[in-house]
Ligand binder design. Structure first.
Ligand code: ATP
Ligand code: MN
Length: 534
């Protein structure tokens, strides 16, 4: 590896007296430096328009390769189901030792940053990466300390991410050569095998999701923005449902696009940047996010450049999950400090590829619990021949892979916050209408925005709602700026029998998924389940 002569080798001390010997450390490198290093190290190129454009060996997260070290505390408090899989402390210690030896003499990048904009709840993180582009990603995505804060920076958590270090599953006790191991006792995350930068942010997100409920703070996989009169709205949803897209609304100030905490006084962003999907991004529909794909300082992941070196956002040949990672101040209309007051509205986003959920409906407190624990969205059919059906995804709390505790714990905390605040709760389908995927079409962003803005502004307070028989959702009968045939999904389908059949099918999937939670919730919550026999 080429190592810059300007950086002398030194032993770098992590927590617990651990050291990386003779490392060439870039401490808190800035944007210009990281561009140079990333390009020198062959990680990527500068696009003609400015962004650093990189390719990665993995183009998405590896949730099945993430493990949590089991100790006396996590044994009790982690919900050991689904994505939360325990691993022994000795597996962690052994891999860490190997990584430290592997890193000896190497060039490494260290960013000292915060996760959390609220000083009372943030954690100070030391992010040690092999890749310069990861360091730029972290610089963009985490909360950058002020010069004053940097002087006395004391890291609490350490992340060591070395993609070129691969585990040997047979010897090391991992699932594959890729691993992300979270150790709450040591306050460390170690990762190897994957170049996907999103692991850096989602690893720390999982840490906050574990720690904050113990302080009465609700950690959330949601975006947030604030209206002119200070009203805060949250947008929960799984990947691809529109958190980033819809929170960047020209008429509202952006607080953050992915991860927030809800305290006794309001909400705060965990991050200092945004991570937007950019496949087929339309400059007219999403001007603010489009602009970030042209800016210096942005990291573009797996976006293909055309012959002139310009990003081609319509090219999904490397992956459909192309991404732009940029500091939040690249968006013009942002809320200073990335904090806001107590939310007035909570929106659950779902991209229903079955095309049967209403574009907008209002939820009762019981329905909110039900939908939050269900965490539904749907994937569009893959490219596999003959597969034409959408696949449902049920992911508790709209983020199962990042939630270490029992979903009931998060659901109760959210229900308590919503009750205390009197916030209104909405379910918005940003997915298909007029038919399932392949027959209908995706809801227009314009209509979705109009629906959401009507809900947030209070315009729907005096409108009549009708309850749909399958999902028991209350649907407004009129919304300004939206044609009425769009409001009720059954009206949008030409073939009503096909609608009923598809709605019944999805209702059965909802019930089937919820079976494992039924015993843990109130009767009123199970009573609000969808009804396939309507
Ligand atoms: P992640 O958790 O992976 O960051 P996300 O919830 O932030 O996902 P977005 O990045 O906002 O999701 O992705 C939504 C995608 O769907 C965008 O590509 C957007 O252009 C597209 N889209 C199409 N129609 C709509 C709609 N009606 N509402 C929202 N997004 C839409
Ligand atoms: Mn997003």
């Amino acid at each position: 590896m080429t190592t810059p002569d300007s950086i002398p080798a030194q032993d770098f001390t992590l927590n617990d007296g651990l050291t990386i010997k003779n490392a060439h450390i870039h401490l808190n490198p800035g944007v210009d430096e990281l561009y140079n290093d990333a390009i020198r190290l062959g990680e990527g190129v500068k696009a003609a328009t400015g962004p650093l454009t990189v390719r990665t060996n993995k183009t998405g997260r590896s949730p099945k390769d993430r493990f949590i070290v089991e100790d006396a505390e996590t044994k009790e408090n982690v919900w050991w189901e689904g994505f939360n899989v325990p691993i022994g402390a000795s597996v962690f210690d052994n891999l860490l030792e190997k990584m430290l030896a592997y890193a000896e003499g190497k060039e490494l990048f260290v960013q000292q940053v915060y996760a959390g904009t609220d000083p009372a709840h943030r954690i100070a993180c030391q992010m040690i990466t092999e890749m310069a582009y990861h360091s730029l990603f972290i610089h963009n995505m985490f909360v950058r300390p002020s010069a004053e804060e940097r002087k006395n920076f004391q890291a609490e958590w350490t992340v060591l991410n070395i993609p070129s270090f691969k585990a040997d599953p047979a010897v090391d006790g991992t699932r594959t050569d890729t691993f992300i191991l979270v150790n709450f006792g040591k306050k460390m995350i170690i990762a190897g095998g994957t170049q996907y930068a999103g692991e850096n942010k989602k690893g720390i997100f999982g840490v906050l999701n574990y720690l904050l409920p113990a302080k009465g703070v609700m950690p959330m996989h949601c975006s947030a923005n604030v209206g002119e009169d200070g009203d805060v709205a949250l947008f929960f949803g799984l990947s691809g449902t529109g958190k980033t897209t819809l929170s960047a609304d020209p008429s509202r100030k952006l607080i953050g696009d992915d991860e927030h905490g809800w305290t006794d006084t309001g909400v705060f962003n965990f991050e200092g940047g945004c991570y937007a999907k950019v496949i087929n991004l339309n400059a007219e529909a999403e001007p603010a996010i489009y602009q970030t794909t042209r800016n210096y300082g942005t990291v573009l992941e797996n976006v293909v450049l055309d012959a002139s070196g310009t990003p081609d956002l319509n090219d999904g040949s490397l992956t459909e999950n192309t991404r732009s990672a940029y500091p939040i101040d690249q968006i013009a209309n942002i809320q200073p400090g990335s904090v806001g007051g107590i939310p007035k509205n909570v929106v659950f986003l779902t991209a229903d590829a079955f095309g049967v959920l209403p574009p907008l409906s209002r939820l009762t407190p019981e329905q909110m619990m039900y939908q939050f624990i269900s965490g539904f969205t749907a994937k569009i059919p893959g490219t596999e021949q003959g597969v034409t059906e959408p696949t449902p995804t049920f992911s508790t709390c709209f983020g199962a892979p990042f939630m270490p505790r029992h979903p009931g714990e998060y659901a109760r905390l959210l229900a308590q916050k919503v009750k205390e605040s009197g916030a209104k709760v909405w379910l918005v389908n940003t997915g298909w209408t007029g038919g399932k995927y392949g027959e209908g079409h995706r809801m227009s962003i314009k209509h979705t925005r109009a629906l959401i803005n009507a809900a947030l502004s209070g315009e729907l307070d005096d409108v009549e709602f009708k309850r749909d028989p399958f999902f028991h959702l209350d649907i407004p009968t009129q919304v300004p700026g939206v044609p009425s045939e769009v409001l009720n999904p059954r009206d949008a389908w030409a073939d009503k029998d096909a609608y009923d059949e598809t709605a019944r099918k999805l209702a059965r999937m909802f019930r089937e998924n919820f079976r494992r939670f039924e015993s843990g919730v109130d009767q009123a919550v199970t009573d609000s389940m969808p009804n396939p026999d309507a």
